[in-house]
Design a protein around this ligand. Sequence first.
Ligand code: GUN
Length: 296
Amino acid sequence: MAAQVIDGKAIARQVREEIRREVEDFRARYGIVPGLATVLVGEDPASVSYVTAKNRACRELGMASYHHPLPAETSQEELLALIDRLNRDRQVHGILVQLPLPRHIDENRVLFDIDPNKDVDGFHPVNVGRLMIGAAVFPPCTPAGIQELLIRSGTPIRGAEVVVVGRSNIVGKPIAVMLVQKMDGADATVTICHTRTRNLEEHARRAEILIVAAGRPNAVTGSMIRPGATVIDVGVNRVGTTESGKAKLVGDVEFATACAVAGKITPVPGGVGPMTITMLMRNTLRAAKLSVGATC
Ligand code: GUN
């Protein structure tokens, strides 16, 4: 029997409606519109499309967005000066610097300069530390989206065998940390696999929840999946263009063979992607609430 496809778009729509109502309540109570500043250095097409979607989501949910497109030649000093201004701007509750940055800019230096209370990506070491000890204020958006998808699709997490393929700072490491916490929506047994893992197939086949963030198409195929497992495909790989000229996307999982074995699976596009932006909106609202001392 084919796997149930987890509809990330539909779940994201539902969560966004909840956030939109909360934004409205917050505005009515405090007279404040939550605001997100986005910073994009250069014109990488994928980054342009992500940032555009983030700004559109802000407008749809009644939040303000302040976009700062900068030329690829922007110096690190110029970028740090902008971050400093945004840190002090009271209309800006969240700051997002789209990654990757051009090679002449030290990414960590920039991320470390963002006020941790405006760090809606959750990339500042203070927020990484909070996440590690189970006291996250801004859980990073893609892992938070994955956790929300698991919860809202009714996938049991407590005590489950979770295998994460990929050890990036943006997805692999934080999702592993989040799912191992002693709390609701977590409490799993987590294994992280990566490029140096011996016998990936053996690990993957043990997983009741398999999270794939490897960064390459077909990194996981049906034969690597435990029958009935929930498979979360985090990959976004651009493989040519569709007939209408848009970028054609595939995930990291070979969908056809995986579908025949898995119990549930997220599609690409329309799985994790819409949830990532939704969690960014949730973090931005949280930042606005923090700025007035309101509880989350
Ligand atoms: N580039 C790819 N994913 C992300 C993300 O979650 N946040 C930012 N700022 N840049 C990214």
